[in-house]
Design a protein around this ligand. Structure first.
Ligand code: NAD
Length: 238
């Protein structure tokens, strides 16, 4: 059995999620970061032993076993193309990708194993299942999703809100969304089912973004060696 650490490329390494990924990966002997990629040229070429690259240098990064992408939609196409080109798994949490990018993901999944998820927390995977069950059991109830995030978040509604809306809408309900941007909120999602004279609220609160980074690193390691396909976080979290 191969016990060598999984070689990771971190795409979006200078961001809030990228920094969490680098810190947590450094604590794990099961993986090693061989390339950290940021939009602009890095101030230092090597930081804590990790080689850094600008997005324009992506084609020249060393061999890696899996890429973990938490960047922005404008950086997404390049890392997806690199993974297909190198035949390497991709884990992406980048939200706000458009329909063409989603189509490109589906096409790539015929060539490489990949996970794109709007949320890598186990709690949200369970919340989505609860929402699915509640929506199926409560036809005709109104469904509202309220999501809150920090002021730097650009896309709205959040990718997680859309995923939860998809889970609720499967039973035919129309879903309304409301987005709040305030302070340093890591991420909160409340799904409200309203019937005549009664209401159910299902809420998830993320208090630390390490939950997403830890989940993404776990998923990246689990994807190595799997056949091509689009996997879900809940398929790989055990
Ligand atoms: P951020 O703005 O702090 O960081 C963005 C990073 O992307 C930076 O390192 C930047 O250099 C890089 N980048 C931007 N454009 C690029 C390009 N063209 N090429 C290469 N790199 C580029 O953002 P953040 O808070 O770290 O979030 C990053 C993404 O992850 C967002 O889409 C956010 O919504 C998403 N997110 C997902 C989850 C999840 O669990 N799926 C959790 C938190 C955040």
């Amino acid at each position: 059995m191969d016990t060598s650490p999984t070689r990771l490329l971190i795409h979006g390494a200078s961001g809030r999620m990228g920094q969490a990924l680098l810190r947590l990966a450094a604590e794990q002997s099961a993986c090693t970061v061989v390339a950290a990629v940021t939009r602009r040229a890095p101030a230092q070429r090597v930081v804590d032993g990790v080689p850094h690259f600008a997005a324009t240098e992506l084609g020249g990064v060393p061999a890696f076993d899996a890429a973990v992408d938490f960047s922005l939609p404008e950086g997404f196409d390049a890392v997806l193309a690199l993974c297909v080109d190198r035949g390497c798994p991709l884990v992406s949490g980048t939200t706000g990708i458009d329909a063409a990018q989603q189509d490109a993901l589906a096409t790539a999944a015929t060539r490489i194993p990949l996970v794109w998820a709007s949320n890598f927390s186990l709690g949200v995977a369970v919340l989505a299942e609860l929402v699915e069950r509640a929506a199926a059991a409560l036809p005709g109830w109104e469904v509202d999703i309220v999501e809150s995030h920090h002021v730097h978040k650009k896309d709205a509604p959040s990718g997680t809100a859309l995923t939860l809306g998809h889970a609720a809408g499967g039973a035919g309900q129309a879903v309304r969304y409301a987005s709040l941007r305030a302070g340093d909120i890591v991420g909160e999602h409340m799904v409200q089912f309203t019937g005549l004279g009664e209401r159910i609220e299902l809420t998830h609160r993320a208090t630390h973004r390490d939950i997403f980074a830890r989940g993404a690193l776990h998923v990246a390691r689990s994807l190595v060696g799997r056949p091509p396909g689009a996997y879900r976080v809940r398929d790989l979290l055990d």
